[in-house]
Structures are given as structure tokens and as C-alpha cells.
Design a binder for this molecule. Structure first.
Ligand SMILES: Cc1ncc(COP(=O)(O)O)c(C=O)c1O
Length: 381
């Protein structure tokens, strides 16, 4: 226990200690913390669906019909009508043959990567991939190689020396969650074909946000026929909870039989599936949500460009303001908080050393006044 206390002291001293805020009402562009209203610029609730009335109604109806808990894992007796409906809806939305839903995106990545490769195989990752991908790669037991962020020359160099591996898997975020830039997917797909490697993409921040129909970055690059393993999460633009993988029937049946994070865990409550189904339908039906998100994103980016800030080249609603030092980032975040704007500092180990930042995320439901306030406060900070 003494070791734990010492480690905690060290974490605090280096400005890396994390504390939880308690949001007192529902999630939205404005949240209440300790009785005070803040404009939230740190949620993945991109389209505002986490508190949408149509979704709340779908949840209410599902609880009345199906109760709350699923009671067992999918493979025992927890597989209910709404799990199947959700998988069908995601397959239609993603234009894939079949889908498997996991309780979270984190579990989808871990279970899928560990099923696709194991000891003796090769798994290759962008350096800035999400923690759940990194953890999946480590747990898989496969040889794990990392290439510098978006560097497809280095990716190809790794593959040039990969002929001894029976299975090769490239895994990449499509939208990088801390930098907001996009993976060079057309190049990755081309190189993967050349060396007969599988490509798995994580559309956590792409789903509902990118593509003409909100299907994701794969749609944005028109690569649906060429990317065979599409992972995503229902916890961000869809406003709900759960992870999924879409692909051909063989792949999905394989994962149903192999992925431990699917097999050995209780199924999602059916009402959560109802929320996801309603969210996916809304994304497809109401394009104005996405239009308003992108209008807001462009407005904020234009506004921030005029300030003397260190911005990296984001291509998404994730807009990092680079600070560098962890303590400075915390001070800046506290200043914003005092001014009524909620943006926690993102620090190591979530991001590399000396690259602490304020990660601004924009939502469809922010008003022009909210966006102006963000720009004003950052100007005076
Ligand atoms: C790129 C990426 N992949 C996976 C996940 C995990 O998804 P979930 O929150 O559904 O577990 C996240 C969320 O933090 C993410 O940003």
C-alpha cells in the first residue's frame, strides 16, 4: 500500500493526477457541475443523440417490452431480439454482410484483434492508435510492430520483411482520437493488398460523422469494397453504448466463436440496443444533424485560426490546442472552467510526453453563442 501512495504522490507532482467531475443532469452542449452551468467542448456526443427524445422513447418502450437486464452472455441465453435487430441495422448502415456487437468498443477491439492474430503472426499499428487497439495487439501474442503516425513508407518497410508471417494484420483508427486527423486509408489499403495483409479499421470517431451518409471514413474515401474488417462504437455519435465489427458472414461467425470479449461477458441490456437502433436510424434519416456539426466545426476552426494558438492539422470535430507541458495544460483547463467552459487537459499517458493539450470537440447542438464564447475565452487565456 505504501508503494501505491508513493506512486500517487509522484503522479500528483508531475501534473498527471486525474479527478472526476460529476455531471448533474443529462449530457448535452451544456452540462451542470456542482450546480453551475458549463458549455461542454469535450464530449464524443457529436450529434447530440445521447439525450435525444426519440431515443429516450425507444428506450422506454424497450424496457416495457423486454425488461432491463439480458441475464447471460449472448451464447448462453442473453441473445435477445434487439441484439439481432441491432446487428442487422448496423450491417445495413455499414453496407456489410454481417455484424457482431460487443458490450463496448474497447472490448470489440481487444476481442477482434486477439481472434485475428496470435503467436507467430504479425500485427502492425499506427503509433497514435487508440489504447484499446494497442492493448489488443499486446494481448494477442503476435509480433507487434508500430509505424510513425501516418507514415505509410515505414508501414511498407515493415511489410517488405514480413514474408515469414502466416497472418498479417494492419490496424488503424480512421480518425485519430487525440489529434483529429485521418488515416491515409487509400494508401494503407493499397499497400495491404500488395503484401496480402488484412486491414482492420476503427471507425469510433468516423461513424455518424464522415461520409455522405454518415457511414464513416471508409465511405468518405469510397473504400467499402476494399476494407473488410470495420470496427466501430455506438458510444460516440450514436449516443449509446456498445462496440461492433462489420464484415462478411465468415468473419462474423468466426468472431462469434473466437472473441473472448464476446463469449465470456453478459450481453448488453436490450434497451441499450434499442437506443443504438434508434440512433442509427436517426443518423440515416436526419442529415441535418451532420450538416450542423460540420458547420460548427468550420466556424470554430476559422475562429481559432485567428488566435495565436498551436493548432495541429485536424480534419474532424476533434480540434487539439497543443500546450506541451502537463501542468500548463491543467492550468489552462482550470482557467476555462472558471470561465464556464469545460475542456479537461489531455495528458500522458493518453498522449505522448510533452504533448499535453486541450482537446476541443465540437457538437452539432452547440449554438453560435456557445462557439463564440469558446473562441473568446481561448483568446483571453
Ligand atoms: C478510437 C477509439 N476506439 C475505441 C474506443 C473505445 O470505445 P468505447 O468507448 O465504446 O469502449 C474509443 C473510445 O474511447 C476510441 O476513441
Amino acid at each position: 500500500m505504501e508503494k501505491i501512495s508513493n506512486e500517487l504522490k509522484k503522479i500528483k507532482k508531475s501534473g498527471l493526477y486525474r479527478e472526476l467531475n460529476i455531471v448533474e443532469g443529462a449530457q448535452g452542449p451544456h452540462v451542470k457541475i456542482k450546480g453551475r452551468k458549463y458549455i461542454s467542448f469535450c464530449s464524443n456526443n457529436y450529434l447530440g443523440l445521447a439525450n435525444h427524445p426519440e431515443i429516450a422513447k425507444a428506450v422506454e418502450d424497450a424496457v416495457k417490452k423486454y425488461g432491463w437486464g439480458a441475464g447471460a452472455s449472448r451464447l448462453i441465453s442473453g441473445n435477445m431480439k434487439l441484439h439481432e435487430t441491432l446487428e442487422e441495422e448496423i450491417s445495413k448502415f455499414k453496407r456489410k454482410e454481417a455484424t457482431i456487437v460487443f458490450p463496448t468498443g474497447y472490448m470489440a477491439n481487444i476481442g477482434t484483434i486477439c481472434s485475428l492474430v496470435s503467436s507467430g503472426d504479425l500485427v502492425i499499428c499506427d503509433r497514435l492508435n487508440h489504447a484499446s487497439i494497442i492493448d489488443g495487439c499486446r494481448l494477442s501474442g503476435a509480433t507487434f510492430r508500430v509505424y510513425p503516425h501516418r507514415d505509410t513508407v515505414k508501414l511498407e518497410n515493415i511489410l517488405k520483411k514480413s514474408s515469414k508471417y502466416p497472418r498479417k494484420l494492419i490496424v488503424t483508427d480512421t480518425v485519430f482520437s487525440m489529434d483529429g486527423d485521418l488515416a491515409p486509408l487509400p494508401d494503407i489499403v493499397r499497400i495491404a493488398r500488395k503484401y496480402k495483409a488484412m486491414v482492420m479499421v476503427d471507425e469510433a470517431h468516423g461513424t455518424g460523422v464522415f461520409g455522405k451518409n454518415g457511414r464513416g471514413v471508409v465511405e468518405h474515401f469510397n473504400l467499402n469494397e476494399k476494407v473488410n474488417i470495420v470496427m466501430g462504437t455506438l458510444s460516440k455519435a450514436v449516443g449509446s453504448l456498445g462496440g461492433f465489427v462489420s464484415g462478411d458472414k465468415n468473419l462474423i461467425n468466426y468472431l462469434r466463436n473466437k472473441a473472448r470479449t464476446f463469449m465470456y461477458t453478459t450481453a448488453l441490456p436490450p434497451a441499450v440496443c434499442a437506443a443504438s437502433i434508434a440512433g442509427i436510424k436517426l443518423i440515416q434519416k436526419d442529415h441535418s444533424l451532420r450538416e450542423s456539426l460540420w458547420r460548427n466545426v468550420h466556424y470554430v476552426k476559422e475562429g481559432l485560426k485567428l488566435l495565436n494558438l498551436n493548432l495541429v492539422s485536424s480534419e474532424s470535430p476533434i480540434i487539439p490546442v497543443m500546450i506541451g507541458d502537463a501542468k500548463k495544460a491543467v492550468n489552462m483547463s482550470s482557467f476555462l472552467f472558471e470561465s464556464g467552459v469545460l475542456i479537461p487537459a489531455i495528458r500522458p499517458p493518453t498522449v505522448p510526453d510533452k504533448s499535453s493539450r486541450l482537446r476541443v470537440t465540437v457538437m452539432a447542438t452547440h449554438t453560435r453563442a456557445d462557439l463564440d464564447k469558446l473562441i473568446d475565452v481561448l483568446k483571453s487565456g
